[in-house]
Design a protein around this ligand. Structure first.
Ligand code: GLP
Length: 275
């Protein structure tokens, strides 16, 4: 596990975009697992810049999103603020700005008539694509990855989940209130990749910023492995995991000095190896 701590959100986003761009250059037909939320917006912006200024090519890239609310889907006839689907978020914040073919992007279908069957189909699609090369992850305030709320099995697969009150409150404040949508009208369920699904990705990149996440970051990284903080499953992960934090999110970690030392030491180690 590599923990990288950067001063600002912008620096965090640049590092994250650099890691994703490196993979795309090395494997143009790579499979990315993508995330929504405010955290990855800066990373998507930087990747869009790289596409426009440096010709970063997404034409063969395939993507699978982590999650989607049940009961909503992309509706381009509505203004962005009134369409709270993650599909719409991905389209507005990323896909429409790059040269990725629409058929290469898959966000779980929140409008499916058979959610359980769909979840199984989604898992099969990931397998058929050869698995995920890099899974991008944020961190919910309750420690979730995707929508794997506290209590989710650490072996869980893509499935329908009820959202916690805390997540509903966060979403209400972040989106629905502004859009004039009442708490009663908000989606209360989601489709999410499971923790077991996420742990099968060949590499993973978790981004967290802001002081409001400092406590949960410390619990996930330095606390015990527990289904009460589903991101703590990172300690069971066998792939290559990089965590990029801004200073505020890292402010409650006990071993910051070691993480800073480890980053430098590993860089020196790789530089020496390359000579
Ligand atoms: C939602 C998403 C998560 C995301 C989290 C954090 O719950 N399902 O995948 O990581 O929000 O969002 P933000 O980045 O806005 O803090």
């Amino acid at each position: 596990m590599n923990i990288l701590i950067r001063n600002t959100y912008e620096e965090m986003s640049r590092v994250a975009a650099g890691i994703i761009a490196k993979l795309i250059k090395a494997k143009p037909n790579c499979v990315l697992g993508l995330a929504t939320g405010s955290t990855p917006i800066g990373t998507y912006k930087e990747l869009i810049r790289m596409h426009k200024d440096e010709g970063l090519d997404f034409s063969q890239v395939r993507t699978f999103n982590l999650d989607e609310y049940l009961g909503v889907g992309m509706d381009l006839t509505k203004p962005y603020e009134l369409d709270q689907s993650y599909a719409r978020f991905m389209y507005e914040e990323f896909f429409k700005h790059i040269n990725i073919p629409e058929e290469n992007t898959l966000v779980p279908d929140g409008l499916t008539s058979d959610p359980d069957g769909y979840c199984q189909w989604y898992e099969e699609q990931i397998k058929a694509a050869g698995g995920i090369d890099l899974q991008l992850l944020g961190l919910g305030r309750d420690g979730h990855w995707g929508f794997n709320e506290p209590g989710s099995s650490l072996a869980s697969r893509t499935r329908v989940v009820p959202l916690t009150q805390e997540t509903l409150d966060d979403n209400y404040e972040a989106f629905y209130k502004k859009a004039g949508i009442s708490r009663e009208e908000m989606p209360k369920f989601a489709i999410t990749m499971g923790i077991g699904t996420i742990l099968e990705a060949r590499s993973a990149l978790m981004l967290v910023n802001g002081e409001h996440k400092a406590d949960i970051v410390a619990q996930a990284i330095e606390g015990p492995v527990t289904s009460q903080v589903t991101a703590s499953a990172m300690h069971l992960y066998g792939g290559d995991l990089t965590i990029v934090l801004d200073q505020a999110a890292a402010s409650k970690l006990k071993r910051v000095d070691y993480y800073l030392h480890a980053e430098k030491a590993m860089q020196e180690y790789f530089d020496k190896k390359q000579k």
